[in-house]
Design a protein around this ligand. Structure first.
Ligand SMILES: NC(=O)c1ccc[n+]([C@@H]2O[C@H](COP(=O)([O-])OP(=O)(O)OC[C@H]3O[C@@H](n4cnc5c(N)ncnc54)[C@H](OP(=O)(O)O)[C@@H]3O)[C@@H](O)[C@H]2O)c1
Length: 175
């Protein structure tokens, strides 16, 4: 059975996910959740997100999508397009015996994979936050919310959040 695709994202109430190449908030409690959601899985990201993170994510297969032929950073597997990223991620998921592949952004990569995803694990950052990168609209006729948990602002967090899981209506999509 092939692994399914989950988009893991933190998004402000106005849809913003990034500003000037970074995330416009500081929420350590969400970074913990991000780790728990992605460890042990292949993760797919765009080249700009790779550069924003600045290092390979440990205990995950880091697959970076880029059109640059010569791009070969340490600790990442390079894919020249989304389809190749998904093929590699499937093989790696099979090798790990894991049932999910995580897409971790950014905006360009979410927009190109939301149509193939089965699940969206979304942190909603409470606030209207200025930025230049947004998450694509999750069409409510295609996606249903299956859980929501309010997460009060931790001592070191810039914002309170809610953690929402959405699933594709009907049969699960597969890569
Ligand atoms: N809030 C969150 O959860 C979250 C998560 C991740 C990122 N972010 C934020 O989002 C922003 C980055 O997002 P972004 O949309 O600007 O960039 P991105 O999606 O991270 O990366 C875009 C790059 O990916 C490559 N790419 C995209 N589509 C491709 C395709 N079909 N085939 C081959 N390569 C492809 C290109 O790289 P080349 O130019 O090298 O060809 C493109 O420039 C940052 O602000 C980051 O902090 C937020």
């Amino acid at each position: 059975m092939s692994a399914s695709l989950v988009l893991v994202v933190a998004m402000a109430e106005n849809g913003v996910i990034g500003a000037a190449g970074a995330m416009p908030w500081h929420i350590p409690s969400d970074l913990k959740r991000f780790k728990a959601l992605t460890v042990g899985k292949p993760v797919i990201m765009g080249r700009k997100t790779w550069e924003a993170i600045g290092r390979p994510l440990v205990d995950r297969d880091n697959i970076v999508v880029t059109r640059q032929a010569g791009f070969s950073p340490q600790g990442a597997i390079i894919a020249g397009d989304i389809d190749h990223a998904l093929i590699m991620a499937q093989a790696l998921a099979e090798g790990r015996g894991c049932r999910e592949i995580a897409v971790i952004g950014g905006g360009e990569i979410y927009a190109q994979t939301i149509g193939k995803a089965s699940r969206i694990a979304m942190t909603i950052v409470h606030g209207q936050i200025a930025g230049d990168t947004a998450f694509p609209e999750a069409d409510p006729s295609l996606w249903q919310e299956v859980s929501r948990e309010a997460c009060p602002r931790g001592e070191k967090d810039s914002h309170a959040t809610s953690f929402v899981v959405m699933e594709r209506r009907g049969a699960a999509a597969r890569t």
